[in-house]
Design a binder for this molecule. Structure first.
Ligand code: S3P
Length: 175
């Protein structure tokens, strides 16, 4: 089967919005390559995201994200699962748009809490696993998330299959 798209799909959204789950599903169902930004950054640095934040600080991590986005412009038909903070930088949004369609996945704070409560790999949520905190950070990010998005898909109560079908439908319409 040939490449589905001549662009990349960039999945953005809050921590726990389902980016990695959706990326895995697209990989299985549509044979697309997947780039997990967090995973690549952690592998290249030889340490977890939490350790990168602790040792070098958030700004250092954010610069690595920007560099990786630029690197990915030479690829196509790849699903890029972005860390939740990626769209906060204007520069990143510009870089994403050069070779990609940006798909925003959303979920209610309660859903995010449910999905992230047993995970300890997200430094921004450690000690903050409650609905008011999540809702507050989400609200601070909303405008930039929405401005970056080409399409928006709500994930609450939907299966990965339903979410992916919705993404594919909307992307085809856009194409
Ligand atoms: C972050 C989200 C995380 C990771 C880091 C910071 C954020 O990725 O990049 O902990 O600022 O929202 P996920 O969205 O994949 O959890």
């Amino acid at each position: 089967m040939g490449a589905l798209f001549d662009f990349n799909i960039l999945l953005i959204g809050f921590m726990g919005a389902g980016k990695s789950t959706v990326a895995d599903y697209l990989k299985e169902s549509y044979s697309m390559d997947v780039v997990e930004m967090d995973q690549i950054i952690a592998r290249r640095q030889g340490m977890s995201i939490s350790d990168i934040f602790e040792k070098y600080g958030e700004e250092f991590f954010r610069n690595l994200e920007t560099e990786l986005l630029i690197e990915m412009q030479s690829r196509s038909n790849v699903v890029i699962s972005c860390g939740g903070g990626v769209p906060m930088r204007e520069r990143n949004v510009k870089e994403m748009k050069k070779n990609g369609r940006v798909v925003l996945l959303t979920a209610e704070p309660e859903t995010i809490l449910e999905r992230t409560k047993n995970d300890h790999g997200r430094p921004l949520l450690e000690g903050n696993k409650n609905v008011p905190y999540i809702a507050g950070l989400m609200e601070k990010r909303r405008e930039k998330y929405e401005a970056a998005a080409d399409i928006i898909v709500k994930t609450d109560g939907k299966s990965p299959k339903e979410i992916c079908e919705e993404i594919m439908e909307k992307l085809k319409v856009q194409k």
